[in-house]
Every structure is written in C-alpha cells, then in structure tokens.
Write a protein that binds this ligand. Structure first.
Ligand code: ADP
Length: 257
C-alpha cells in the first residue's frame, strides 16, 4: 500500500529524511511512535502528497503501487485525519458540510452545493456511524473538540476507504471523548481495513494494532510486532528517560520510576 524506497525529504531547510525505506502493506494496522520532531507529521505529509520527496536515483515513494497516483484516487483509498485539518475549517461551516467536503477533497462551506443526494445520504450515514448524526446542522465552532474530531473521522470515512491514517487520534480529548474515539477506531479495524496511527501515547496503540514502528530524527529505530517493540528498553532509549512498560488485555501503559 505504501512503499518508501530511499526517500529523502525536506521541510524548508531541514532535511527530515535521508534515504528512508519503509513498507506498509494492505490490511496492516500500524502505530508510528516517536518523540516530538521525529518526523511523524512529515511522513504523513509525504503519504498525503502535501510534500514531495527529492527526486534522486534509486529513490521512490509508491502509493498503491504507483508513484503518480491521482489525488482524487488517493483520497478514495485513504482517509486522513490530521490536526491541520481541524484548524482549517471556517467556524461557519456546518457539521454536514464538513463531512460532505470529504467527497471533494476540499475544505470549505460550499461543497454541499455540488453534492448529489446519494453523497449527502452517505455523509449522514457515516455521521450516524460515528455518533454525531444529531448534530448535522450544528456549526463547526459550536461543537466540542471531541465532536469535531469525530466529524473529521466521518469526513475521512465518507468514501469507505481501504485505509485510515490518523494523526494522534485522542490528542487533546477528555477522558470520555478519548475512549469514544479509540472505540470507533477499534470498530473500524473490525471491518478489516488498514489503520496507521501516529502517536506518542501508548493508549492510542489500541489492541487491534499489531505492528509498531519507532522513529527518531528521521530514522526507523525499530519496526516489528507490537509485543517485541513496545518494551521498557526500546521506549526508554527512544524518549531518553527511564520508562516502564506493562501490558494488560492488549492495552499498554507506561510509567516513570
Ligand atoms: P513530529 O511530527 O514527529 O513531531 P515533524 O515531522 O513535525 O515531527 O518534524 C520533523 C523535523 O522537521 C523537525 O526537526 C522539525 O523541526 C522540522 N520541521 C517540521 N516542519 C517544519 C517547517 N514547516 N519548517 C521547517 N522545519 C520543519
């Protein structure tokens, strides 16, 4: 599904990746963990085609087997939820308009004017799925952070994509909203689709995730089965502080001595 081969990429003057190689297959459920500045957002921008790698010999970035996949095709296959997205909506956009905008790969208040009845019905159905159908006429600015996040999830899912990429799904949410969001992700995984979560929190590594990739300073530090990677040793090294990791019923937690 995603293949980075010796990818070099910059954010302004900063070289974030220097010949990074990474493959993520269809149906995989992956968490990408790393400290602030590790390169997680840059990685997502490359996948989302917001950023392009440096063209160099032996290097490519393939999505669904293609280096030149059309943006609209990519949007149908992968749903994205990022924090930038949340900040880009105007306060006067309604909840339904946000979800419908997913069909147009755009943000704004006018896409619903072009939407077909089928698209609007699909948007409402997706809103029901994430538990916010009752808020469809509500203005974005009136919604709580948890409702907004669910709305952006509905926007990402409106195409029924093969994969979902979610940047820090529970970040900034209160306890109840976090648990709701993680439960929604678990039900998405239950439908047999791929999930990629970037995070620095262990509760976001839901039990359905089986592969964990640790990155730091633009390099893959460890990559493998969750139980092998989420160890006290690995995470203490990654975050440069002594951390103790335990697991219960598939959920991981971490504490400092
Ligand atoms: P993470 O998401 O893991 O916190 P980022 O991908 O945001 O990491 O950042 C990776 C590196 O790229 C950091 O060194 C960061 O300072 C740099 N960086 C990110 N965005 C920009 C930008 N817009 N301009 C310059 N440097 C950036």
């Amino acid at each position: 599904m995603i293949e980075f081969r010796q990818v070099t990429a910059y954010q302004q003057q900063t070289r974030v990746f220097d010949r990074l190689s990474l493959r993520i297959g269809p149906y995989e459920r992956v968490a990408i963990l790393g400290p602030n500045g590790a390169g997680k957002s840059t990685l997502l921008k490359l996948i989302n085609r917001e950023l392009y790698p440096v063209a160099q010999e032996g290097s490519y970035l393939k999505l669904f087997g293609s280096e030149t996949i059309h943006l609209w095709q990519l949007r149908e296959k992968i749903g994205f939820v990022s924090h930038d997205l949340q900040e880009n909506y105007t306060p006067f956009t309604t909840a339904l308009e946000v979800v419908v905008s997913g069909f147009f790969g755009a943000i704004g208040a006018h896409e619903h004017l072009q939407a077909t009845d089928i698209q609007v019905e699909r948007a409402r159905e997706t809103m029901r799925k994430v538990g916010i159908a009752q808020d469809d006429a509500c203005l974005f600015q009136r919604l709580s952070t948890g409702q907004r996040r669910r709305l952006l999830l509905a926007r990402a899912l409106v195409h029924q994509p093969e994969a979902l990429i979610f940047d820090e799904p529970a970040n900034g949410l209160d306890l109840g909203a976090s648990q709701t969001m993680l439960a929604l992700l678990r039900s998405f995984c239950g439908e047999g689709r791929a999930l990629i979560v970037t995070t620095h929190r262990l509760d976001e590594v839901i039990p359905d995730i089986d592969r964990v990739i640790l990155i730091n300073q633009g390099r893959v530090i460890a990559d493998g089965l969750k139980a092998d990677i989420l160890t006290s040793k690995n995470l203490s090294e990654l975050y440069q502080t002594k951390l103790n990791i335990t697991e219960k019923n598939g959920w991981y937690r971490c504490w400092h001595d």
